[in-house]
Write a protein of this length. Structure first.
Length: 246
């Protein structure tokens, strides 16, 4: 081995070692950020009626104009997501049954894989996304601000018991919030998480907030308008701080 190649090999090994030590230092000394959603002592129940966790993300029980009930967490979610992931889930419906919305919060702990790309939530259940857009929803308390959300319109192909095909539509609305930060972009959230680790040695506890409602095909816009009223009424009780965008 000539001298130049030996120097390159030694330099490469030294860089890898330095990188490994840097990762160990960051992991050992990093601080965990404060969540921007409220954790309460309300038990989390699975679909098989099993107690999953003693705490959950707070979801308001009473919202004017809606009835509500607990919505369970699937056993699959508990299996595939990190153990320190926290959840909140509740179903809201108008008294006439015209609208039912499942509201969900996934809050990461020390493992950022608690939150994945939002498209997976729909695609894994057979929904095909037809349209993506960013919407603004005005929130009036505890202060006035415009909440940027991502909206996916989706379609699900089904078959009746006698073999006739039909489809259902759906509207999926979501965004992400952490201590002093919020964004409707999955990629921006990832970048901010890495930035805060590198610059401030803080692992932000990001929360993924989502609202889902199915509807008749072609009724997506009307459904979204109805959902905005629920979002406006419920968000101030779920999210503890508005957060800043950048």
């Amino acid at each position: 081995m000539n001298r130049r190649l030996l120097v390159l090999c030694i330099s490469a090994v030294a860089l890898m070692a330095a990188g490994h030590l840097a990762l160990i230092y960051l992991r050992t000394n990093q601080r965990l950020g404060k969540p921007a959603v409220r954790l309460v002592g309300v038990p989390l129940i699975t679909e098989s009626n099993r107690l999953a966790k003693a705490t959950s993300v707070y979801m308001p029980e009473r919202i004017p104009g809606y009835t509500s009930k607990f919505a369970s967490i699937t056993e699959h979610e508990l299996e595939v997501l990190p153990q320190d992931t926290s959840f909140g889930r509740r179903s809201y419906a108008t008294p006439d049954g015209a609208l039912t919305v499942q509201t969900s919060v996934v809050l990461m702990g020390t493992d950022r894989t608690s939150i994945h790309q939002p498209e997976f939530c729909l695609n894994s259940q057979g929904w095909v996304i037809q349209r993506k857009r960013v919407e603004q929803i005005h929130i009036s308390r505890p202060q006035d601000y415009d909440l940027a959300v991502r909206r996916f319109d989706a379609r699900l192909s089904l078959t009746t018991p006698d073999g006739k095909p039909f489809s259902r539509g759906a509207v999926y609305v979501f965004w992400f919030v952490a201590d002093g930060q919020r964004t409707a972009s999955h990629w921006t959230r990832n970048w901010w998480l890495i930035r805060d680790l590198l610059l401030h040695n803080v692992l932000q506890r990001w929360a993924y907030v989502s609202y889902f409602a199915d509807c008749a095909p072609g009724e997506e816009d009307a459904t979204f308008e109805k959902m905005t009223r629920l979002i406006t009424a419920s968000v101030p009780d779920i999210v503890t701080q508005a957060g800043q965008t950048e």
